[in-house]
Write a protein that binds this ligand. Structure first.
Ligand SMILES: Cc1cc2nc3c(=O)[nH]c(=O)nc-3n(C[C@H](O)[C@H](O)[C@H](O)COP(=O)(O)OP(=O)(O)OC[C@H]3O[C@@H](n4cnc5c(N)ncnc54)[C@H](O)[C@@H]3O)c2cc1C
Length: 381
């Protein structure tokens, strides 16, 4: 474990490891079958404070540094992806805008609810016409006497069907758009004119939900404006910047679990009279996977540490997300391959992890967008 991780965090990470082994792994299959997280498990997660690890302690959270948080998250990600998903949005894209840019009143109201897990958060940026190019969003917010009227539609929004509060990014000035014409809003479940549309039917990620979010003259009071009119694009980008490291941490956690499953199977499975671990082809799969995980892990700890010390990590965050998620996908493919036909069977869990990890190269900015941002930095004058 990285030497810069605090002693307190190390103890907590050990607790998370035990929780994953004793409480999460035994219910993985039922989550996959039912698409539901057991209520008792979510209750334990709340008791452990998992929903508020990144929320400052004065607002009821644990106030963890990003470095410490990423390593706790990495351990939690070793079990079913739905367990990671339900808590990571409250700690990341669903709360960060309020933590970073909320008014004192907004922080005092929402953050304790998010930290305890009483409220589930959601972050609504992506639209049918605006994915990688977030500046092209069409959802609008028009000023009225008492607040704002939102109109438009978001899609692929994680947690939408179960969310109590949304951070919504909308256009407030069509001329200025990303240059001061986009604003962020806090929108509560049950707001007039807010509707959850169709649930997306996904390839993986059972138990964590994506849906459309529809705004039809949805009224948001003035107190729901987040960070000042026109600052929404910057807020969204800052939120995603940090979110990319969380995605990397989870991908590394999944990759580490897959590698240990691969090692175990390679030692057990015999063909041509000996364990397949004795074949060089299999050894190289394991060696390449371990090497990539080591590199990704060092990138993660270095970037998170620099973030905690106030450095601009935009490019490193893109590099870490890109490398960690692409590596984890390659590892899933190799580990599935070394399982042979068993890798294709549901009972090994590898096929589930192979499907789940695929989304990581897409959400929080696709791999192509990470490369685009890294190259833009390299080529700037
Ligand atoms: C499981 C899941 C959960 C999600 N959760 C959320 C959420 O909670 N909130 C939210 O707001 N969004 C969420 N998203 C949306 C996600 O952020 C977008 O899917 C992602 O940003 C890509 O946008 P898109 O799907 O519209 O793809 P597009 O932008 O249409 O991209 C299509 C392809 O073109 C490539 N491409 C686009 N532009 C360029 C370029 N300039 N250079 C090179 N290639 C390019 C892309 O990399 C991709 O391969 C989620 C998505 C998934 C899959």
């Amino acid at each position: 474990m990285d030497e810069r991780i605090t002693q307190d965090a190390r103890h907590f990470i050990d607790t998370v490891k035990r929780f994953v082994r004793d409480e999460c792994m035994p219910v993985e299959d039922s989550i996959e079958e039912t698409g539901m997280l057991p209520e008792a498990l979510v209750g334990k997660m709340k008791d452990m404070g998992l929903f508020g690890l990144r929320i400052p302690s004065e607002y009821g959270g644990a106030g963890m540094d990003l470095l410490d948080y990423c390593y706790a998250l990495k351990e939690l990600s070793k079990s079913h992806d739905a367990i990671r998903a339900i808590m990571s949005v409250n700690n990341g894209i669903g709360s960060m805008a309020i933590v970073n840019d909320g008014t004192e009143e907004q922080k005092r109201h929402y953050l304790p609810l998010l930290a305890s897990g009483e409220y589930i958060a959601s972050f609504a940026l992506t639209e049918p016409g605006a994915g990688s190019d977030a500046s092209a969003i069409a959802t609008t917010a028009e000023k009225t006497d008492r607040g704002w009227l939102l109109n438009g539609m978001k899609h692929f929004i994680t947690n939408a069907p179960v969310a109590d509060v949304f951070t919504v990014i909308a256009v407030t000035d069509r001329e200025k758009r990303a240059r001061g014409g986009i604003s962020a809003f806090i929108v509560e479940k049950g707001s007039r004119g807010l509707r959850i549309g169709s649930l997306h039917n996904t390839m993986g990620g059972k138990g964590w939900l994506q849906a459309e979010v529809i705004f039809e003259d949805c009224f948001v009071p003035d107190a729901g404006l987040l960070g000042g009119q026109g600052s929404g694009f910057k807020i969204a980008m800052k939120t995603l910047n940090e979110g990319r490291l969380s995605a990397a941490a989870s991908a590394i956690g999944i990759g580490e679990r897959l590698l240990s499953m691969g090692i175990e199977y390679a030692k057990l499975r015999k063909q041509f009279g000996k364990p397949i671990s004795e074949f060089e082809a299999i050894q190289w799969m394991l060696a390449d996977s371990a090497t990539e995980l080591y590199a990704a892990d060092r990138m993660l700890s270095d970037t998170a540490y620099r973030f905690d010390h106030g450095e601009d990590i935009r490019t490193q965050s893109s590099m870490t997300k890109l490398f960690a998620t692409e590596s984890a996908f390659k590892i899933a493919d190799r580990v599935l391959q070394l399982h042979g036909g068993m890798g294709f069977m549901k009972e090994t869990k590898v096929e589930r992890m192979f499907r789940d990890i695929r989304a990581y190269r897409i959400f929080e900015g696709t791999s192509e967008i990470q490369r685009f941002m890294i190259a833009r930095e390299l080529l700037k004058d």
